[in-house]
Design a protein around this ligand. Sequence first.
Ligand SMILES: Nc1ncnc2c1ncn2[C@@H]1O[C@H](COP(=O)(O)OP(=O)(O)OP(=O)(O)O)[C@@H](O)[C@H]1O
Ligand SMILES: [Mg+2]
Length: 153
Amino acid sequence: MLTLTSTSEDFTLSLGGRLAQVLKPSMVVSLEGDLGCGKTVLSRGVARGLGITEAVTSPTFTVAQEYRCPNGGYFYHLDMYRIPDEEAAIAFGIDEFLFAKQAITLVEWPERIARLLQGDPRLRHIRFRHLALDQREISFIDWTDEECRLLRG
Ligand SMILES: Nc1ncnc2c1ncn2[C@@H]1O[C@H](COP(=O)(O)OP(=O)(O)OP(=O)(O)O)[C@@H](O)[C@H]1O
Ligand SMILES: [Mg+2]
């Protein structure tokens, strides 16, 4: 486990850039933490690191945003905040976005679809904690030692 303290939005964006180098197609990352703790900022950093130049905005209302990576493959940014449970997620068509061979997927508010995610070896967890105005604790829960070394930068 790796725990970092981010002291600014820029720190979280650069961390997302390093995370992009660690992620492999078909991985799904669960981003857990309260409103405003930086899940979307980190996701934007990942998109930048993957070479995506489009604006990356919060998918709270669209639920899922699909981005094409310049090297081929996709980046899926999901936000389950407005999805009450697994049944609603399946009705939405969430299956298409989870563990897709050609895609890296980040999921905000993963608690809503816990039963669809649990147990898959391609799933990783990140937990955010709001410490102060510009400070966030970001913990990489189940990442390998090599992944943590790259994330530390
Ligand atoms: N260290 C930091 N890391 C990331 N964001 C920070 C930091 N310090 C301050 N902020 C601010 O906190 C906010 C984080 O917003 P963001 O949309 O990423 O949160 P979120 O976790 O996605 O929330 P939601 O659950 O509503 O989707 C932004 O306004 C950002 O500028
Ligand atoms: Mg968000």
